[in-house]
Design a protein around this ligand. Sequence first.
Ligand code: ZN
Length: 336
Amino acid sequence: MNSAAFGFSLIRNIQCYSRQLPRSSNSLLQQTHCKASLSSTQEKDSDCFLSQVESTVESIFHHYQIATNDTNRSRNEILHGISETKNRQEVSIAFNVHTRLQALRKNNDCPRCWMQRKHCTCSLVSAQKLPMINKIYILIHHKEIGLKVDTAKLILQTFPDQCQLVVAGIGPIHQKSMMEFQTIVQNNNNNQCLILFPDDDAQTIHEITAQQQQQPQQQQRKTNGWDLIVIDGTWAQARKLYSKYIPTIDNGGPQRVQLSEQAVSALSNTNTTNPGYQLRRHVITWRQISTFEAIRLFLLDLLPQNDTDTTVLAEQMQSYQIITNQAVKRELGPLR
Ligand SMILES: [Zn+2]
């Protein structure tokens, strides 16, 4: 197997210009907040991600003067009236996401772990800090939002203070996180941005650091921290998002980072009972690894070996993945 081949998934961060808009009185978060059994700061922290997505959708609907209860105009009719492809795609995504958020609201599912209340994992997953990482940008395919088997939610749950959720296909006008993402992804002058993606020119973090140390003093990084981009979606979706959003290194794009041989061999030595595997099948085994697991393995490459804090965090993350997998199995039944 090609050493560049390993799984990953997506990342996101969503904020929007919701402050400019009146909040709808029956927003998802307002409803879920009043019904939620959680009262910790965790809920506040990571609820905001879905809240941001919801505000993004509201901003788009407001911009195009779309009333979601407009029964006189069908979705197709509305889309047909938008001339620019980019805008049409944005509105189409807003409709899809809106439908998902509505379903979550209707079911009173947890806005943080996206599970039914009786399978909610929030009390078992506490917020952690990712060492040596400034921000994690999760570029997420919109179809993953609200999906029970997706693990972007677990990244958001575990590292709420460092995550930014970026919904692909929605532009920076309605999504502040996209604006921030586009800025960092196109301007990697200070060499602090990494994308975890097994492209042909991807290197391990050890190779990247060694290479940077060879550079003249003035070109070396001023900070020890990294911004990390992950793409969350199926393999096919991730490849498309990668092509669309990630500039080449020559054009100022981020360094491509891959897992080390050690991590890849650890993967190939395990079977699909490994908790890091996604709860969905793929014909190529390594593509079944979840985004969350890819981050965990990357951490083991990034952080000092045999360090107690690293080990504790890695074990903590593995236990969160197991907790989530078990909850998903309880809610959805066995793997199909
Ligand atoms: Zn929950």
